[in-house]
Write a protein that binds this ligand. Sequence first.
Ligand code: PMP
Length: 335
Amino acid sequence: MGISILEISHRSKQFEAILAQAEADVRALAGVPANYRVLFLQGGASLQFSMVPMNVLPSGATADYIDTGSWADKALKEARKVGRVNVAGSTKTDNYARIPSASELKLTPGAAYVHMTSNNTIEGTEWKDLPPESAIGDVPLVSDTSSDMFSRPIEVARHALIYAGAQKNLGPAGVTVVIIRDDMLARSTAVTASLPTMLSYAVHAEHGSLYNTPPVFSVYAMGLVMKWLLAQGGLPAVAAVNERKATKLYAEIDRTGFYRGTANAADRSLMNVTFRLPTEDLEKLFVKESAAAGFDGLQGHRAVGGMRASIYNAFPEGGVDALVSFMSDFERRRG
Ligand code: PMP
């Protein structure tokens, strides 16, 4: 057209085509069944912490939350401001170093939904499998997948609602993807009259994510990322690369005992690899020397300390190889 995506109207044919294509590619990539809507919203995953209970936790009902990390904890604290919450399982006393087993979950019969966090970004753990159907029965499963959406296959049909801020694996910050099943949308419709308009899933669904001006550039860039993921062979192919990357890094961590992985081995995240060194002084030195060698962002989250290598989809395997050689060199010199 001779003008950019930032200049055209979000109601133009051109932008509508971009939005429709992004949605079609999300559907193809994740195998989203027809009875789910894909919404492109704003406000980040943090706004979903509030929108989920505002829309799908009816008054008087209970929502179960599985507390597996700092973000899961934030989600449940927000939900408590809206309605009744039962913490159905928590690994807080283990520093969130592991995912609870199905037998540890204390679920509420007939709960409005059960909320989980598929990948715990700060602590470096992930659910390898969804909580078994035998444990949650027909209670709708809601998942915050902000830090692993589209890094591996996802069983959409086992969820009632899935959300993720785009900025890890999907595209630039500014767009939040919500995949919502029709029955959850019906709950939203039932309470929409009492909700702020912008916080209603039903409103956004009715307007095809165009109730107001969407984050056009983020949607456009996300659409390109969806094409990139499809071109790689889709989520199984992407997952194979991610497994290879993470396996190399964990192998280096486990090689001698100089480095110590902080997550329970069976629950280790493919996205966020968390580890410690023998002393905090060595950790400071590691951060300094790795930065000088061209590695950025290896310091762990301020809440937990230690190191964290975040190796999202876009992080190249060559970068992992370079980090592994830096780590073994650092150990040789300082260990
Ligand atoms: N949930 C998880 C699992 C996250 O990793 C993050 C961000 N790191 C959030 C929620 C919050 O996301 P946002 O910044 O998009 O609100």
